[in-house]
Design a protein around this ligand. Structure first.
Ligand code: TYM
Length: 330
């Protein structure tokens, strides 16, 4: 039995650029609050990012930018481990082992995110297909109890549970079975240009998302151009008014006002008024966020990642050597 004082939390973001309000509200903004009562580990998952073609210089810049966003969101390196995935080789080693002994083609064929990302692409990499196994390795190496993410990662966390259980029953009870931690509000922020698709870094139009590093003018323009629904009432109704419901969710999470309060505030007022105020709320948030972001130097980030790597490696090495022993390769 593995003994730990505090539950372990693990999560990560791909450094693929354009981190947006969806990433923030669905995942990163929740992490800071978890730091006191848990052992938290937050990873910049660069080997996930290369499942899709990346420009080397951009990738390098985006790795630093992602870690800086963690710090600007209140992740404290004194409390949590922050590190870069590719610097701890145990992740890819465990992924290979799980590929061979736990994961089935039929499991991966069911992954909806793979189907979405592969659609219309003739040169899909094997890595893109296998990506959920690497994600399972990230999680399982650290005896993770909880994985705080947005809704779109739930199926991947469930796969991690399946792979862990299979390994445990075939070899030895080495892996803790993780649980997804998904908040009710903000777990699926929708695109500003299409309320039926999630806000996404890889969206074709920049009017889909508000980037965490967008300027006030960009943010205002995007909010004012955001799609709305028929009718003019400001009311939360996901089925019949998906666009306004999405904007209300963003407004509520950033202003800390409840959706009910906002509905009362905007009773009898139109979409134009509502969007103008929402733009101010978003701009205020971005301005505070970017003030914190701009105070952090690249040098500081590199030092945080280096210290985090040592701590992460320590834990990962132990777990991987137990796995190797049970397989008969050590
Ligand atoms: P990624 O980089 O696509 O997204 C990072 C986090 O942001 C959440 N998210 C959203 N939440 C709400 N609304 C949206 N529109 C939205 N878009 C993205 C995601 O759910 C995620 O929490 N596979 C993962 C990264 C990963 C990981 C891990 C996560 C790799 N290993 C281990 C947890 C544990 C991914 O591609 O996230």
């Amino acid at each position: 039995m593995i003994h730990q004082e505090k539950p372990t939390i693990f999560s990560g973001v791909q450094p693929s650029g354009n981190l947006h309000l969806g990433n923030y509200l669905g995942a990163i903004s929740r992490w800071a609050n978890l730091q006191d009562k848990n052992q938290c580990i937050f990873c910049v998952v660069d080997y996930h990012a290369i499942t899709i073609k990346q420009d080397p210089l951009e990738l390098k810049k985006n790795i630093i930018e992602t870690a800086k966003i963690y710090l600007a969101s209140g992740i404290d390196p004194k409390k949590s481990i922050i590190f870069q995935q590719s610097q701890v080789s145990e992740h890819t080693e465990l992924a290979w082992i799980l590929n061979c002994v736990s994961a089935r083609m039929s499991d991966l064929n069911k992954m909806t995110q793979y189907k979405d990302k592969a659609e219309g692409n003739e040169n899909v990499s094997v890595g893109l297909f296998d990506y959920p196994v690497l994600m399972a390795s990230d999680i399982l190496l650290y005896n993770t109890d909880l994985v705080p993410t947005g809704e779109d990662q739930k199926q991947h966390v469930e796969l991690s549970r399946t792979l862990a259980k299979r390994f445990n029953s075939q070899y030895k009870e080495l892996f803790r079975i993780p649980e997804p931690l998904i908040e009710r509000s903000g777990a699926r922020i929708m695109g500003l240009d299409d309320a039926f698709k999630k806000m996404s870094k890889s969206a074709k139009s920049e009017f889909n998302y508000i980037g965490l590093l967008d300027s006030p003018e960009q943010a205002r323009k995007k909010i004012m151009k955001a799609v709305t629904d028929t009718g003019s009432e400001i009311k939360y109704d996901k089925e019949n008014k998906p666009a306004i419901s999405n904007l209300l969710t963003i407004y509520s999470l950033l202003s800390k006002k409840t959706i009910k309060e906002l509905e009362v505030d905007y009773k009898g007022r139109g979409y134009g008024d509502f969007k103008k105020d929402l733009a101010e709320v978003v701009i205020n948030f971005l301005s505070d966020f970017q003030k914190r972001y701009n105070k952090i130097s690249d040098k500081e980030v590199v030092s945080v990642l280096l210290k985090g790597k040592k701590k992460a490696k320590n834990i990962a090495e132990k777990k991987l050597s137990e796995v190797k022993k049970s397989l008969g390769v050590l």
